[in-house]
Ligand binder design. Structure first.
Ligand code: FEO
Length: 392
């Protein structure tokens, strides 16, 4: 590969993972994921985060080539999750004099993962600066974006923000690395929102704290550890994170249902038709047994309103709806208008379980829930008109 230069002496050293099926062995990766790492070949050489172990076979050769045989002086670990830090042990074996730079919380994890000796560790505090020559690196502690030890590294000289998970997303970088070399929308935007809502969204209040800390900094480049590098319009991705972490949503409705034999599905379609007649244009219907919850949660984060429906299943809600509701409780999207419906053949329970879940979410219930026995017909579904009238 030709060198990919971000700025003076700053090189992009990322790679694409098109093999992994599930990120964190949980989140589907039909479009893969990019791991980004950056090398600064200054008077002192600095690697900003590594990659997932084994994801790039010629990583060390590339570092050696750019450094022209010089040793690597520092490895900055912005985040210890193994998709970025699992090559740390290998780096220490290859560069025995390497110093690892992190904060007070990083070291405990390094010790636990790699048995790192304190002598090899340089602990930095918030706003501390490491002078490496032309570049001056300032460390900004941003806990819980996405783990407690998370920090960002800001280059004061060229105004580069190495942000690790923040401002990243799923999806590979297929040739285009920089925002001016790609069509960000719709695919990479969707994959970034899916990443945000499912991986980072739970910590939205901490994202707001991190953004407040970054507020005074001039940022010319955003260099995340997943997804594209932003050099044309870094404000765009910062704005997206600001909106998502403030739970600012777009007009639209997600209808997610669980249906065993199609009755609950008919209710979802009926509701959607009434909403369309009422002029709602963004309506997304999802069968929770078909679509992975990460996509449903991404759209729930995106849109203002949510309608959940479940058939009864062993006197509770359907197991696939349990899965969605559990994860919604974890990531906790806020400020939703919502409505609920269910269907049953004997004692019910689907709607009752949905109600118990929804009470915990502190959302705005717009209309009475609907529970229907047996097959749906227009008379049994009268209540959906009120839902359609009030949902947005
Ligand atoms: Fe990309 Fe939290 O790791």
């Amino acid at each position: 590969m030709k060198d990919i230069v971000v700025s003076n002496k700053v090189y992009y050293l990322g790679t694409n993972d098109r093999k992994k099926q599930l990120f964190e062995n949980n989140w589907p990766l039909p479009n893969g994921v990019a791991y980004n790492s950056y090398l600064i070949a200054d008077e002192k050489s600095v690697l900003i985060d590594t990659l997932e172990f084994g994801s790039k076979s010629d990583y060390l050769e590339e570092i050696d080539r750019i450094l022209e045989g010089r040793k690597l002086d520092y490895l900055v670990i912005n985040h210890m999750e193994p998709d970025h830090a699992s090559m740390t042990g290998m780096m220490l074996r290859y560069y025995p004099e390497l110093k690892i730079v992190g904060n007070i919380k990083t070291f405990k994890m390094l010790e636990a993962y790699f048995g790192l000796d304190k002598m090899q560790f340089i602990e930095v505090s918030d706003s501390e600066i490491l002078d490496i020559g032309y570049h001056k690196l300032k460390f900004v502690l941003t806990p819980w974006v996405h783990w407690p030890e998370t920090m960002m590294t800001y280059d004061i000289t060229d105004h580069i923000l190495f942000s690790c998970d923040a401002f990243g997303g799923f999806g590979t970088l297929d040739g285009g690395i920089f925002d001016d070399e790609i069509n960000f929308e719709p695919y990479l935007l969707d994959e970034m929102r899916r990443y945000y809502s499912n991986i980072v969204g739970k910590y939205s209040h901490m994202v707001q704290k991190a953004l407040a800390k970054l507020n005074g900094l001039s940022v010319r480049f955003v260099c995340p550890s997943h997804g594209p590098v932003w050099r044309k319009d870094p404000g765009k991705v910062i704005g997206l994170y600001d909106n998502w972490s403030k739970h600012i949503s777009e007009d639209g409705v997600v209808i997610a249902y669980a249906s065993m034999y199609g009755n609950t599905e008919k209710m979802a379609d009926f509701a959607a038709r009434l909403m369309a007649e009422n002029g709602i244009r963004n309506i997304k219907i999802y069968d929770v047994s078909k679509t992975h919850i990460s996509y449903i949660i991404s759209d729930i984060w995106r849109y203002k309103s949510l309608v959940l429906g479940s058939c009864a299943y062993n006197t509770g809600m359907h197991p696939m709806m349990v899965h969605l509701c559990h994860e919604l409780e974890v990531v906790n999207p806020k400020d939703k208008n919502y409505a609920l419906f269910g269907s049953y053949s004997w004692s019910g329970g689907g709607l009752k379980s949905l109600l118990s879940f929804a009470e915990k979410m502190n959302w705005n219930l717009v209309s009475d829930p609907i529970d229907l026995i047996g097959s749906p017909n227009v008379a049994k579904m009268e209540g959906f008109q009120n839902i359609a009238n009030k949902i947005l």
